[in-house]
Design a protein. Structure first.
Length: 95
């Protein structure tokens, strides 16, 4: 992503959120440049907690949905498609 596009997205995010996420700091020390604001840090911490919750929920749902399932691929598999049925007929015909 280009620097310009990143700034555009950040401006849109700040407008929608109603607060500044970053602030420019000046000076000659190693901390010059852009820094998260206090509300930006708080938002990021909440977002990371939210994301961990989504990840955990997705993992639980995946395990419930796929528990005990063994999916096989290869020449012997049948997916119900016309191509799979054709492969099965060819093997049965010896062709």
């Amino acid at each position: 992503m280009s620097y310009r596009n990143a700034w555009g997205y950040l401006r849109e995010l700040e407008k929608a959120a109603g607060f500044k996420f970053v602030e420019r700091s000046s000076g000659g020390n190693r901390r010059q440049g852009m820094q998260l604001t206090a509300p930006g840090r708080e938002f990021l911490a909440c977002y990371r907690k939210f994301q961990r919750g989504l990840d955990a929920a997705a993992q639980r749902q995946f395990e419930r949905s796929f528990r005990g399932k063994a999916f096989r691929t290869g020449a012997g598999s049948s997916d119900g498609s016309a191509a799979s049925r054709s492969r099965t007929r060819r093997r049965a015909d010896g062709k």
